[in-house]
Design a protein around this ligand. Sequence first.
Ligand code: NDP
Ligand code: 1BO
Length: 316
Amino acid sequence: MQTLSFRNGDQIPTLGLGTWKTDNQTIKPVIRQALKIGYRHIDCAAVYGNENGIGEALAEALTEKEVQRDELWITSKLWNNAHKANDVAPALKKSLQDLQLDYLDLYLIHWPVAVKPEVGFPQSDDDYLSLEQLPITETWQAMEACVDAGLIKHIGVSNFSVPKLQGLVKHSRIKPEVNQVELHPLLQQPEMKKYCDSEDIKLIAYAPLGSGDRPAFFLEENSPVPLELPLIKEIAIAHSATPAQVLLAWGMQRGTIVIPKSIKAERMKENLAASELKLSTEALEQIQSLDQHCRLLNGKIWKGPYNYEYLWDEKE
Ligand code: NDP
Ligand code: 1BO
């Protein structure tokens, strides 16, 4: 299993399993299967509503000594309604309880979007708190305190733009070590990659296969499909690989971490085997030309102060 090193020497597997859009009942056997296949990195989040099922699978695998805790990399994410300083540790402890773990390897602020504590998914503009009302630094200091308490090994963010990351880096005691963002050949984010490399912040690529099963509220008409791109198919044939493996190998070869989601054993195996694939320099150059800065999960689900420009710090 390929890994990348954190500043303290901890190793994160460069390929993990995504768990979004899979309910509690379905996810439990999927996680057991994934561990048997060889996955050691699982990407979770409170809002996915399935940490309970993941926890049951992890507990069984650990009890049966199929894996040791220190061989696993478990990430979870703080939901948007728990950004207030006093809400961070309770939200983390709920994830730990559901996952049946004493600590997380990585905890991320899921979105730079704050909603009122009583709100799950916002329905109206009134449900939001702006980042001026509830600054990210308040949330971050509470995350830092959870590291001090030994509940989390590493902390980071997700869906942060470069300016938002820069602001956090400037005002943090523990620097963010990860930004988890959408990355695939249609959205390569070279400036983000350059900035994160310069600050030793790891990039975790979500939707590395294009999130074909994303919910309707994220779907826009005529969105391109990374797995269907003719060039990706050609490169797959030339390398005796599948299109999914090409997308994942590209992500790993550029130094990012990929977390494809599948609930099917054969696809999980196929995806994990992408770690063995080495794309030619020519193929990497060809893939570079596919960038369209096309966000498939463009964050337009958020309203109130969180319009596209405020969220991503860029024009649409
Ligand atoms: P992915 O890009 O991983 O795509 C998942 C889709 O691809 C599913 O429909 C899956 O189907 C299919 N698939 C998986 N393997 C293959 C294959 N080898 N060939 C063809 N199709 C395949 O999308 P996700 O949105 O799930 O992103 C991955 C993970 O990233 C999430 O699960 C989540 O953990 C995280 N994430 C984080 C976000 C954030 O805001 N921080 C946002 C979005 C995702 P099937 O399951 O049927 O195999
Ligand atoms: C609201 C979508 C979250 C996916 O990680």
